[in-house]
Design a protein around this ligand. Structure first.
Ligand SMILES: [Zn+2]
Length: 266
């Protein structure tokens, strides 16, 4: 990859768990389908070329994962080392939303600029953050870390969209959380959309089945519509869901220390 606005995307699977459809889909019983077991994988993403490296989300912390009985497969810090990434370097980080499994290791990135939608930042510093349906998915210490990034002047908030770097755009869609964002990346294999938790599962998106944890249901449906439109118009070639256990198999496996845990696009 030599063009400065063209990247390789690395998808890193760092954790997993087994759950059920009735646990992940909102009011699953209304579809009249049997409940089934399914796996949920946990990912973060690296976007890189010879000019720059950008990290999209930072995974759950050992604590945040253990509290919820998640199975860690590799510590995100170790995965970064395997990818030759030093998180103390000032590389940009995009936070798609502030849930525990997406901002858990933000403290490793001590000099990074952190991109997050203003709606997301405002929500988690606002009065509804402590309500059980929302608070279950966050860690107070990690929200404090986000606030401290803000105090240090390293937060880059945006309303609808922001160009993180040439060829990389973060776009707020809301739904799952008020400021849930997706990230569009120009790669050697076409435009990749890191949907993060705007789409947890491919099935969620294809069968139009909203996720159980939701801040705005209409926005969540509108997010699905928006991503379908991006695919249908050819604006986006690959859509990467945030937690789908089938994701790695769709792309090029990475060998070495991350064999079985990572794949690349572009
Ligand atoms: Zn998530």
């Amino acid at each position: 990859v030599s063009k400065s606005d063209e990247y390789q995307v690395v998808i890193v699977k760092y954790g997993t768990r087994t759950t059920t459809k009735s646990d992940v889909y909102l009011n699953h019983h209304i579809y009249g389908q049997p409940d089934e077991s399914l796996d949920m994988d946990y990912f973060f993403w690296v976007v890189r070329n010879e000019h720059r490296t950008i990290v999209v989300d930072t995974g759950f912390s050992a604590d945040g994962g253990a509290k919820r009985n998640r199975t860690p497969l590799i510590a995100p810090a170790a995965a970064l080392t395997a990818l030759d990434i030093d998180p103390t370097e000032p590389l940009p980080v995009v936070v798609t939303h502030a849930h525990y499994d997406h901002i858990g290791n933000l403290n490793l990135f001590e000099s990074s600029e952190v991109f997050i939608s203003s709606a997301e930042y405002k929500f988690w510093t606002g009065r509804h953050a402590i309500r059980a349906q929302f608070h279950y998915s966050v860690e107070d210490a990690e929200l404090s870390e986000l606030a401290s990034v803000g105090r240090q002047g390293r937060l880059r908030t945006f309303d609808d969209a922001v160009l993180v770097a040439p060829g990389i755009e973060a776009i707020r869609v809301g739904g799952h959380t008020p400021g849930q964002s997706i990230v569009k990346v120009n790669t050697g294999d076409g435009v990749v959309l890191l949907a993060s938790d705007a789409i947890h599962y491919q099935e969620e998106y294809e069968a139009d089945m909203p996720f159980a944890f939701v801040a705005g249901l209409v926005e969540m449906y509108e997010g699905f519509d928006r991503i379908h439109a991006m695919e249908n118009t050819g604006e986006v070639r690959h859509v990467v869901a945030g937690h789908d256990p089938g994701t790695l198999a769709r792309f090029t496996p990475l060998g070495g220390d991350l064999a079985g845990l990572a794949a690349t696009i572009g």
